[in-house]
Write a protein that binds this ligand. Structure first.
Ligand code: HGY
Ligand code: MN
Ligand code: MN
Length: 415
């Protein structure tokens, strides 16, 4: 059977995606499957079974990253790695990350159906904590496995309730070993929904991703003084929520001076957070994204100075904590070419584009030639229960993944 005739089974894939969507399902149709929770364990156990059913050799590494390996005819060669993540946002959709992992599984299932052997082994992967919704920052599993983060720093991460990454990994039974990490990877491919409006607006079927824009995640803690709301005169207050509100308003107005910069305050907590006490502490997050590293750094520096100056003037106190500072990443031309060839073979319309969202591929690109394939998101929405992609687009995306994998898994080298 030749590679161009290899066709995936879209009904099987949609059934697998729907089955995964039942795990952590919310009444509004969204999914809450935060990394290393009981829901994540149920999903991991089911994925483990699917890997076994597909005849793959399974490994778990010391960050809970899960790998399924399909032997190659020359099994000593470095593998082609494909995959993404199965963890979700607290009110996530059923495609973000999941399409990349279950689409990779469909590639394996199709190769098995067709008894299509490849020269190189192929490995599919589910990365731990891509979302960064529970343990900050994002892409901890892939960032740890590529040594962007130190092992101890990752295992010691705590969530908002003080639960520790390492003990949660143990608790759900997915603490593996260091030697199980993927190593000497020939290439990495990640299929993902675009999560934005570009492909839909441009009526293109496939996004051939050139790279991922850089980002900063910062946390600002405002220190005030608690007081009785009925007795403390307004002039003598150190109201943390009021000062945070002024800072946040200024952050957005400063960002408006930078074209293409995306800024978001997504998380905010106050203490004691009761109606009749003036707040003594307010913590809020800032997510900063921009395609150009210099511009992003210039803005972030100006932001720090502005927040500090405003706080000095108001005789308040703040603490600025860096959670992530990630450079813009450019993917490997030879991988982009393989994807482009596959897209042209099927005659799909396509757009060469950069990714606004971050993905595990950002860190895999540091250790292996990497590329990404996007499919359209309906109404460009993601990280919510309305996240949706059409089966026809899913089929095209996985077909391109399949063709690209077969090409790469039969290559001696990339040049
Ligand atoms: O933050 C991101 O872009 C990704 O969803 N983790
Ligand atoms: Mn994702
Ligand atoms: Mn996401």
């Amino acid at each position: 059977m030749s590679q161009q005739l290899a066709e995936i089974n879209i009904q099987r894939l949609m059934g697998t995606i729907e089955e995964s969507a039942e795990i952590g399902k919310l009444p509004n149709g969204g999914i809450c499957r935060l990394t290393l929770t009981d829901e994540d364990k149920v999903m991991r156990d089911l994925f483990y079974q699917w890997l076994l059913d597909a005849g793959l050799e399974i490994r778990i590494d010391d960050f809970g990253n899960m790998y399924g390996r399909r032997e190659g005819e020359r099994d000593e060669l470095a593998p082609v790695l494909i995959g993404s993540h199965l963890d979700t946002q607290p009110n996530g959709g059923k495609f973000d990350g999941i399409l990349g992992v279950l689409g990779a599984l469909e590639v394996i299932r199709t190769l098995n159906d067709l008894e299509l052997k490849t020269m190189r082994p192929i490995e599919i992967v589910n990365f731990t904590n891509e979302e960064g919704a529970r343990f900050e920052p994002a892409m901890l599993g892939s960032g740890a496995m590529t040594n962007v983060f130190s092992k101890q720093a990752v295992l010691n991460k705590t969530d908002q309730q003080g639960k520790v990454f390492g003990s949660e990994l143990r608790r759900i039974g997915y603490e593996g070993t260091e030697e199980n990490r993927a190593k000497d990877i020939f290439s990495f491919l990640e299929l993902h929904i675009e999560q934005g409006p570009i492909l839909e607006d441009s009526h293109k079927a496939i996004g051939i991703v050139s790279g991922i824009q850089g980002m900063n995640w910062i946390e600002v803690t405002v220190k005030g003084e608690t007081a009785h709301t009925g007795t403390r005169p307004m002039v003598n207050r150190k109201d943390a929520i009021l000062h945070a509100a002024k800072l946040i308003t200024r952050i957005y107005s400063l960002a408006a001076e930078y074209p293409d910069l995306l800024i978001s305050v997504g998380r905010i907590n106050a203490y004691p957070n009761v109606i009749n006490s003036v707040s003594s502490e307010a913590k809020f997050s800032i997510d900063i994204r921009h395609p150009n590293n210099k511009t992003r750094k210039r803005f972030t520096n100006q932001l720090r100075e502005t927040l500090s100056m405003m706080t000095l003037v108001e005789n308040m106190e703040i603490q600025i904590t860096d959670i992530a500072d990630v450079e813009t990443e450019h993917f490997t031309d030879s991988i982009i070419d393989v994807i482009q060839t596959a897209v042209e073979k099927y005659g799909y319309s396509y757009l060469n584009m950069q990714s606004g969202a971050a993905h595990d591929a950002k860190y895999l690109n540091k250790v292996a030639p990497t590329g990404m394939i996007f499919i359209p998101s309906i109404n460009g929405v993601s990280h919510c229960e309305e996240e949706l992609s059409e089966a026809v687009d899913i089929e095209r995306g996985v077909q391109v993944l399949l063709h690209s994998v077969i090409t790469l898994a039969n290559k001696e080298n990339l040049i």
